[in-house]
Ligand binder design. Structure first.
Ligand SMILES: Cc1cc2nc3c(=O)[nH]c(=O)nc-3n(C[C@H](O)[C@H](O)[C@H](O)COP(=O)(O)O)c2cc1C
Length: 181
């Protein structure tokens, strides 16, 4: 199984990164192939609703030319995509939202249909504040025909705080190790 872990946090060494690393460690221990990607390393322009990606003449591809052109292929060859983002105002970070908006070509092309999607999210308040974010991901996965592979919600605030919660790191590793072919 090919796993692509997307980090939508701007913080290097942040809680999202640490959680994703643990999930990846668990998955690698079971022989899965993994790749990590920091969304903040890429230019991601906002979707302009030009609807080019809805036209067959475009091959159902995005007309914008930016970092997403390097990411689309990775998404299409992954079996499981992990969406890692901290909670920012009860939703994902702005960068993650830019990224999600740019998944629009897959509405027509269906190239993400059948793949699995997972969510990994730290927040100051913890799981109780994650309802809107989880609902957005669940409905978006459903719209794209993706299977919801669950979520990991953890409480953490300062950069790297999550390392003070070994039980959360263990949970992340176990989640990675539990990924089935
Ligand atoms: C702009 C901004 C908005 C935030 N909004 C929330 C929020 O609504 N609820 C919450 O629990 N934490 C919120 N936080 C805290 C982050 O979710 C928390 O610090 C998280 O651990 C950061 O993850 P990171 O280290 O991967 O960047 C916010 C942080 C920022 C910078």
């Amino acid at each position: 199984m090919r796993i692509l872990a997307l980090n939508g946090s701007p913080r290097k060494g942040g809680n999202t990164e640490i959680l994703l690393d643990e999930i990846i460690k668990g998955a690698e221990s079971k022989g899965h192939t993994t790749e990590r990607l920091r969304l903040y390393d890429y230019e991601i322009l906002p979707c302009l609703d030009c609807r080019s990606c809805k036209r067959e003449t475009s091959g159902f591809t995005c007309a914008l030319s930016d970092g997403m052109q390097a990411i689309y292929g990775k998404l299409e060859s992954a079996d499981l995509i992990i969406f890692g983002t901290p909670v920012y105002w009860y939703g994902p970070t702005a960068k993650m939202k830019l990224f999600i908006d740019r998944l629009r070509p897959y509405i027509a092309s269906r190239k993400l249909a059948g793949k699995r999607g997972m969510v990994a999210t730290p927040s100051e308040e913890g799981p109780s504040c994650c309802g809107p974010l989880l609902q957005m991901f669940a409905m978006s996965f459903d719209y794209l025909g993706m299977e919801n592979a669950g979520s990991l919600l953890a409480q953490a605030y300062e950069r790297g705080d999550i390392t003070k919660r070994p039980e959360e790191l263990k949970r992340a590793r176990e989640m990675g190790a539990a990924v089935q072919e």
